[in-house]
Design a protein. Structure first.
Length: 133
């Protein structure tokens, strides 16, 4: 559990983050490249001016599906001015997530949920079957 951590100007490349609890973290000006993030909670995390390229996010909870799931309260994750390209979100919980001024070229979303997510406003995202909108 590394919740509430702050990552500034970090580079995450060619590696895997799996089965972590990273709720309410801040990622500022970070680079994620050729990464796999699996079965990880990132509820309430803030991604600010980050670059994400060729990443696979699988089973990542960016928001809670049920408010009573956890005793602690976290807002859904927020993405601001991020450059997210050629990445996949598989079976992720993106419901109610904010995404402002992001470039989302070549993104695919498959499965999971995206109810009320600002991800739904991006025409360049390819929505594959299976997700709850």
């Amino acid at each position: 559990n590394i919740s509430n951590a702050r990552f500034m100007d970090c580079t995450f490349t060619n590696s895997v983050i799996e089965d972590c609890i990273m709720n309410d973290c801040v990622f500022s000006n970070c680079i994620f490249e050729n990464m796999s993030v699996r079965n990880t909670k990132m509820i309430g995390s803030l991604f600010l001016d980050c670059t994400m390229k060729d990443c696979i996010w699988k089973g990542v909870a960016f928001s809670r599906e049920m408010p009573e799931e956890e005793a602690e309260y976290y807002e859904p994750a927020e993405f601001y001015r991020c450059d997210i390209k050629e990445s996949q979100f598989r079976e992720c919980i993106l419901s109610d997530c904010s995404s402002k001024e992001c470039d989302m070229e070549g993104i695919t979303v498959q499965g999971g949920s995206a109810k009320n997510s600002e991800f739904l406003e991006y025409d360049e995202i390819i929505w594959l079957e299976g997700q709850e909108e």
